[in-house]
Design a protein around this ligand. Sequence first.
Ligand code: ADP
Length: 447
Amino acid sequence: MFDKILVANRGEIALRVIRAAREMGIRSVAVHSTADADAMHVRMADESVCIGPPPSPQSYLSIPSIIAACEVTGAQAIHPGYGFLSENARFVQIVEDHGLTFIGPSAEHIRIMGDKITAKETARELGIPVVPGSDGGVATVEEAKRIGREFGYPVIIKATAGGGGRGMKVAASEDQIETAFRTARAEAQAAFGNDEVYIEKYLQKPRHIEIQVFGDGKGNGVHLGERDCSLQRRHQKVFEEAPGPAISAEERDRIGRICADAVAKMGYRGAGTIEFLYEDGEFYFIEMNTRLQVEHPVTEAIFGVDLVREQIRVAEGLPMSFTQEDLKIDGHAIEVRINAEKLPDFTPCPGKITHYHVPGGLGVRMDSALYDGYTIPPFYDSLIGKLIVHGRDRQEALARLHRALGELIVDGVDTTIPLFHALLQEPDIQSGDYNIHWLERWLAEHM
Ligand code: ADP
């Protein structure tokens, strides 16, 4: 069993891991850049180590510094959170070569799923339905045109190494494909240092439905239902809920079982998310994330499980603490992402928090590393908090979200809080009638 784990992250997710460790009687080590010396994760951990200057390549992404921090503190395992090194197969290999434990899946599974073409191939082999499209990378405009004709327009050109919604371009017809193809490749090269792209049929009005899976690394796998993350801006999620308002119990069981079986067959270890687009009753795999997701708390709320605790347990070689039969949905949960951003353009808005008040009461959870007087540094992403509410049903969750947002005070910087106040007034949000394009259209009309 671990006595001490190092958390290779910052912000709310670092607190999330430190909290789980503390409840398990495990000591925690925070790492931080010089810009984060006063950060909450540093204050909350049992120990902390400064690992470099503000830019993340020299601190939170610096593998030698993180390994050295383990050596000096005697931490036996590393939890990567999400982002940063969480899906870096080379990092996992180095961690293991140093006799340390990576709290997450194997390097091999991360590598397979990190390349979207091998991910799709693997998914198909495991019996998961995938989006129709090219069989692999598409190297020339001529090939792109041939695929466009084969599958019919519109198509979407996507970076093999993609992530964070970058390197994606839609072509509505053949005369757009050349520009889309070249732009996607250039963007992919700039963002990921790899210009390989592939092509998929562009679905017109899908919902983004993702299945939370969990494996013990020894051939057992379960699913914890779906999250609907269709409300997106620039392919980035802003509002997530579970269960999905459009998914029936039969559909959940069917796709959930396929995913749980896939995880079992792979021998996958830890938490993972299999992402789908869902349209007209069909699920189409787009990618698998081999880590904890930002939006994992909505799943925790409706299943009453602690996913981080579970990750640590299976990393220790223990069995999962639940079976598929134990996992029953209780009520409905919604998460909204509070970003330090100025509307209507969502420009990052770092700065000093002059007043912070956290909502409370039944069914309210706030995961945030803010405190009164904290200064949000400009070097990292703009997520400053996640407000998660849980109710007996969707109606109650919405009412609770409205109530909790009313109590939340973040003064000193602009935030996305007003966006959620406005969204809650919308009949489509109240009824759950939205798809992946809804928010962009709404923003164009209202902001
Ligand atoms: P990333 O890894 O960059 O987040 P994903 O493959 O997960 O990329 O896609 C992100 C989002 O882009 C999806 O949630 C969806 O909104 C949109 N998208 C991706 N593929 C398609 C497709 N084939 N048709 C329509 N929308 C798509």
